[in-house]
Design a protein around this ligand. Structure first.
Ligand code: GGG
Length: 365
């Protein structure tokens, strides 16, 4: 039997990110018992807010160089009550996403079996979306500044930068994603009524790229109207593409409508595979519940599914997703999705489902 080995850099970082990453590595250990031809070699890095308090930066200056040889990066969460959010975000997560040009941020959202959406009459199958977030520019270009600090005439600017290269490549990725899904449906989200330069360019580039994908049905929405459509008519949507900021906001809404941010995964992808891609749950560090043993590990486990798919391990990815669905379907749920189970209960249940081949054969939902 030939063994496929992968080097994975784990960066648990802050708050519940640490507990979630630990639980995920445990589950991936069980996965390797079941799929003995896969070996995931984790190396853990202690970067994050604690590292910042000791060293004055969220990661070492040569952090990207250290990460570059890995096959993938598994990330927990960033954010700490005593460190400004822009320092934690820019110093670690964005440093990696932008440094490795992970320009496609893929955010699936689905109502899992056994989990209730806050929307009336919205069960599994009624909300099954993929949000593609442009992940390298736009509102997160980092360009801007402040002047006359503390004076009445103080000015603060954040400049959104949209490039033809950046928009075209994310648009192609989004059309490709839509094409790969059964409904072949894409909604392009902008705010081109108010933002009359970069967003109008988005609309134009969407129309150009659409010509390359005649089998994809697509439409356009303004981001404000999109929030209403997601809430009132979830079945009308499938794949969506939006700017860095718009998609960040829409995907929090998507996670909540699917039951909880505790079940929402994400993948920061370099589609050209020049650099390692990074996988993380959408949720942040959740300091209010850190250390209480009640955080929902499903987002992190589903994130591992996305990582396995990216590594080409489709069979293992499917097996893990089925084990997660078997667990939610059985009602083993943390409090954020209406249950009384703890992180450890959900973790053990997913491991049992993974290792029980009878469960694997049963279809769920
Ligand atoms: N695991 C995701 C995470 O830690 N996110 C922290 C955060 O503040 N993200 C904001 C953003 O990516 O725009």
């Amino acid at each position: 039997m030939s063994i496929r080995e992968y080097a994975i850099a784990a960066i648990p970082a802050d708050g519940i990110g640490i507990e979630m990453t630990e639980a995920t590595i445990e589950v991936l250990g069980a996965l390797q018992q079941r799929f003995s031809d896969i070996r995931l070699n984790f190396e853990e890095f202690d970067w994050g807010s604690d590292y910042y308090r000791k060293n004055g930066s969220m990661m070492p200056a040569d952090g990207l160089k250290t990460l570059e040889p890995f096959d993938a990066i598994f990330f927990g969460a960033v954010g700490a009550p005593d460190v400004p959010d822009h320092i934690t975000l820019w110093g670690l997560r964005l440093e990696i996403c932008q440094g490795f040009d992970q320009y496609a941020n893929v955010r699936p959202a689905r109502v899992l079996p056994g989990i209730s959406s806050p929307l009336r009459k919205c069960g599994p199958g009624d909300l099954d979306w993929v949000i593609i977030r442009e992940n390298s520019e736009g509102e997160y270009s980092g360009i801007g500044g402040r002047t006359h600090r503390g004076h009445p005439e103080e000015v603060g600017t954040d400049v959104s930068v949209f490039t033809r290269v950046g928009v075209t490549r994310i648009m192609r990725y989004a059309f490709q994603t839509a094409l790969s899904r059964p409904r072949k449906l894409l909604t392009v989200v902008t705010k081109s009524n108010a933002q009359r330069h970069g967003m109008v360019m988005w609309d134009e580039i969407a129309a150009e790229v659409a010509e390359e994908f005649p089998d994809v049905t697509w439409d356009k929405m303004l981001v404000d109207a999109m929030t209403a459509r997601m809430t009132l008519n979830p079945r009308s949507l499938d794949t969506m593409v939006a700017t860095n900021l718009h998609a960040d906001i829409l995907s929090d809404l998507a996670g909540a409508l699917a039951g909880s941010l505790g079940v929402a995964p994400t993948a920061n992808i370099d589609p050209e595979r020049r650099y390692p891609s990074m996988f993380e749950p959408i949720h942040g560090s959740a300091f209010d519940i850190t250390g209480k043993g009640i955080a929902n590990p499903v987002a992190s486990f589903w994130t591992a599914v996305e990582m396995l798919k990216h590594l080409g391990e489709e069979k293992a990815a499917d097996a893990l997703m089925r084990a997660i669905e078997q667990t939610t379907w059985a009602g083993i749920l943390t409090p954020d999705v209406g249950g009384t189970a703890g992180t450890a209960d959900v973790t053990s249940a997913v491991i049992s489902a993974l290792l029980d081949s009878k469960v694997q054969r049963k279809s769920v939902g």
